[in-house]
Design a protein around this ligand. Structure first.
Ligand code: S3P
Length: 172
């Protein structure tokens, strides 16, 4: 499967809780290429957490930083990159992503997403009155855009290894 990538990057997109980081890390291992989580990279260069960035500068500034980080990350390859849920939704960032890699949409059902994000309360976008409703709204608004990815893999509530195999099969 590594051959398929050549010098390109494999970029995982999809909503928060879809498993982009966990699955991405394992896919990178399987392909023997480096793994980068774009949110971690943003936190590293800004020396702030995503939550603090949102709180201090707002979403718009965060998206601008995300776009710059993504552009730089995708200049070289091959590697596997997991993205923040809004990265592929932002037009500028989406352009960088499409240019720099093969995109896989990790698609999950609302109950699975909720189960996963509910446990860790670090997502600024879900600090609302009704976070589950917010998640559903994001799902409805974003799915048509995620659907522009090259491939889609269903991130079901099964062992990670199973989903990893499905990603590898999809890109083979
Ligand atoms: C966001 C998702 C988060 C993070 C930020 C915004 C979004 O990443 O980038 O909180 O817009 O969906 P994860 O998808 O890794 O949670």
């Amino acid at each position: 499967a590594r051959m398929v990538l050549g010098k390109r990057n494999l970029v995982l997109v999809g909503l928060m809780g879809a498993g982009k980081s966990a699955i991405g890390r394992l896919v990178a291992q399987a392909l023997s290429v480096p793994f980068v989580d774009s949110d971690h990279e943003i936190e590293r260069v800004s020396r702030m957490t995503i939550s603090d960035l949102f709180a201090a500068y707002g979403e718009e500034e965060f998206r601008a930083l995300e776009a710059r980080v993504m552009k730089r990350l995708l200049k070289t390859g091959p590697k596997v990159v997991s993205t923040g849920g809004g990265a592929f939704i932002n037009e500028r960032t989406r352009r960088h992503i499409k240019r720099g890699g093969l995109t896989v949409w990790l698609k999950a059902d609302l109950d699975v997403l909720w189960e996963r994000v509910n446990k860790r309360d670090t997502r600024p976008l879900l600090k609302t009155e009704n976070p589950m409703q917010t998640l559903e709204n994001l799902m409805n608004a974003r799915y048509p855009i995620y659907a522009e990815a090259d491939l889609a893999v269903h991130s079901r509530d099964v062992k990670k290894e199973v989903v990893v195999e499905e990603v590898l099969a999809a890109i083979a």
